[in-house]
Design a protein around this ligand. Structure first.
Ligand code: NDP
Ligand code: GDR
Length: 331
C-alpha cells in the first residue's frame, strides 16, 4: 500500500488531496499544528480515515520525526502562510513558513528517505507577479510582488536545487488560483460568494472590496489536486504550470456571483481603499500546455460553474441546509 504525507492537510487543497489519495487506496498521513482550538472543519468527514501527526514547518526535528513515523512514499508540502495581504504584515514569519519551511522539509527527506520519498512543492503563480509574458509558462521569468511571492520563489528554487544537487525526486507545481466552497473566507472568491449569500438572505447589506480590476486565472481546487498527484507518478521529476488559460477581472467574478443569486452587484459593492494592496499583481493567465501533454491533465470545471457552485454552497450553509450534492471533485 502506498503511503503519503500531506502538510497543510487542514487547508482547502489538503482536504481535497486527502480525499483523492484515499480513493486511490493510499494510507494518508497529515501534519497538523498544535493550536488551542481544533479547527479541522475541512477534514472532519475524514476522521478515522487519515492519520494525523503533530509537527510544524518551523520545527526541524518534528519533521524528521513525522517522516520516520509515517514512512511515506510521497510528501505533498502544501503548508504555508497562504494569504498574500498578511505577508506584508508578517514578512519574516511568512519567510519562515513559506520559504525556509520548504528547506526544513527537504532536509528531513534527505536524511530519512532521500532515494525513496517523492516530494511535491506547492509553488504559486504569485511568483510571476509583475508579469513578463502573457500567458505565463514554466519558462516565463519571475517578478514577485509581495513577501509571499518572494517566499514562494525561494521554495520553488530550493526544490529544484535539491533535485539537481542530490538527485532527489522533487517537483514544483506552479498553480494558479484555485477555489472551492472550502476556500477560506478571506480570499476574494469566497468573500464574494459568502457576501452574496448573506445579502440574498437579508443578513448583510453591502460587500466591501479592494481592487476590482485585477485579473486572475481561477480554476477549481478539486481539478488542481489531481495535477499534484500526477506530477509524482512520472518517470522523471519536473515542474508544471497548472491553470485554465482563461482570465477574468475581480469585477467579472462579482457580476457572475451576484447574477447567480438574481442580484445586481452595483447596489451592494463598495470600494474600500484599505483593501487595496501595497503592490498588486495585475494580470495572471497560465498556459498549462506542458501539463496537458506530459501529465494528460486538464481542468474540468469552468469559471462560471465554479462561482455558481460556491454561491449555492454558501446559501445552503447559511440556511443550515446540507451542502448541494456536488460530485466529490466535479460539478
Ligand atoms: P490554506 O490556507 O487553505 O491552507 C494552508 C495550510 O497550511 C493549513 O492547513 C495550515 O494549517 C497549514 N500551515 C500553515 N503554517 C504551517 C506550519 N508552520 N506548519 C504546519 N502547517 C502549517 O491554503 P490552500 O489549501 O489554498 O493552499 C495550499 C498550498 O498551495 C499553500 O502553500 C498555498 O500557498 C499554495 N497555493 C495555493 C493556491 C490557491 O489558489 N489555493 C495557488 C498556488 C499555491 P492550520 O490549519 O494549522 O492553519
Ligand atoms: P491571491 O488571492 O492574492 O491571488 O492569492 P485573493 O483571492 O486574496 O486575491 C485575488 C485578487 O482579488 C483582489 N481583491 C481582493 N482580494 C481579497 N482577498 N479581498 C478583497 O476584498 C479583495 N478585493 C479585491 C486582490 O487585490 C487580488 O488581486 C491566492 C492565494 O491562494 C495564494 O496562496 C496563491 O498562491 C495565489 O492565489 C495563486
Amino acid at each position: 500500500m502506498k503511503r503519503a504525507l500531506i502538510t497543510g492537510i487542514t487547508g482547502q487543497d489538503g482536504s481535497y488531496l486527502a480525499e483523492l489519495l484515499l480513493e486511490k487506496g493510499y494510507e494518508v498521513h497529515g501534519v497538523v499544528r498544535r493550536s488551542s482550538t481544533e479547527p479541522f472543519e475541512r477534514i472532519e468527514h475524514l476522521a478515522g480515515k487519515v492519520h494525523l501527526h503533530q509537527a510544524d514547518l518551523l520545527d526541524q526535528l518534528s519533521l524528521i520525526d513525522v517522516l520516520k513515523v509515517a514512512n511515506p512514499h510521497e510528501v505533498y508540502n502544501l503548508a504555508a502562510m497562504s494569504f498574500v495581504p498578511t505577508s506584508w504584515k508578517q514578512p519574516v514569519l511568512t519567510g519562515e513558513y513559506t520559504a525556509t519551511g520548504v528547506t526544513r522539509m527537504l532536509e528531513a527527506i534527505k536524511l530519512v528517505g532521500r532515494d525513496t520519498i517523492r516530494f511535491y512543492q506547492a509553488s504559486s503563480s504569485e511568483m510571476f507577479g509583475k508579469v513578463q509574458a502573457v500567458p505565463q509558462t514554466e519558462t516565463t521569468p519571475f517578478y514577485p510582488r509581495s513577501p509571499y511571492g518572494v517566499a514562494k520563489l525561494y521554495g520553488h528554487w530550493i526544490t529544484i536545487n535539491y533535485r539537481e544537487s542530490y538527485n532527489m525526486y522533487c517537483c514544483s507545481g506552479i498553480l494558479f488560483n484555485h477555489e472551492s466552497e472550502r476556500r477560506g473566507k478571506e480570499f476574494v472568491t469566497r468573500k464574494v460568494t459568502d457576501g452574496v449569500a448573506r445579502i440574498k438572505l437579508g443578513l448583510a447589506t453591502e460587500l466591501r472590496l479592494g481592487n476590482l480590476d485585477a485579473k486572475r486565472d481561477w480554476g477549481f481546487a478539486g481539478d488542481y489536486v489531481r495535477a499534484m498527484w500526477l506530477m509524482l507518478q512520472q518517470d522523471q521529476p519536473d515542474d508544471f504550470v497548472i491553470a485554465t488559460n482563461k482570465t477574468h477581472t475581480v469585477q467579472r467574478l462579482v457580476e457572475v456571483a451576484f447574477e447567480a443569486a438574481g442580484l445586481d452587484w452595483r447596489k451592494y459593492v463598495t470600494i474600500d481603499q484599505s483593501l487595496v494592496r501595497p503592490a498588486e499583481v495585475d494580470l495572471l493567465i497560465g498556459d498549462p500546455e506542458k501539463a496537458e501533454k506530459k501529465l494528460g491533465w486538464k481542468p474540468e470545471v469552468t469559471f462560471e460553474q465554479l462561482v455558481e457552485r460556491m454561491v449555492k454552497a454558501d446559501l445552503a450553509r447559511l440556511q443550515g441546509k446540507p451542502l448541494p450534492d456536488f460530485k466529490a471533485r466535479g460539478i
